[in-house]
Ligand binder design. Structure first.
Ligand code: FES
Length: 105
């Protein structure tokens, strides 16, 4: 693991198969990295309803389903799509650099 000033190296892109999501810890921050429609997205691995671990939920049709009470979030924007959550997830900037996934510090 090596870091530039702005971007933190997460893992090789091959560790994130298409149409899947995976929980990772990046410098103590629990995040989910999602690979959907050829793009990578990073969101906090923490439901805004009551802290459910979203990486234990499911990713279907571009939505993440929280395993605890069923809130749903848009994987690309972090917006809430279904209660009981009402606050959006705050997106984390992510990029592919030399075939590795990196997130913004
Ligand atoms: S903690 Fe996610 S829906 Fe309640």
């Amino acid at each position: 693991m090596h870091a530039s000033q702005e971007w933190i190296d997460v893992a090789p892109a091959t560790q994130f198969p298409a149409d899947s999501m995976r929980g990772v810890e990046v410098e103590g921050r629990p995040l989910i990295i999602c690979h959907v429609d050829g793009d990578f997205h990073a969101l906090p691995d923490c439901c805004t309803h009551d802290g459910g671990e979203l990486s234990s939920g499911t990713l279907t049709d571009g939505e993440i389903l929280c395993p605890r009470h069923g809130a749903r979030f848009d994987v690309k924007t972090g917006q809430v799509r279904a209660p009981p959550a009402y606050e959006d997830l705050t997106r984390v900037e992510v990029r592919l650099f030399q075939d590795r996934v990196q997130v913004k510090r």
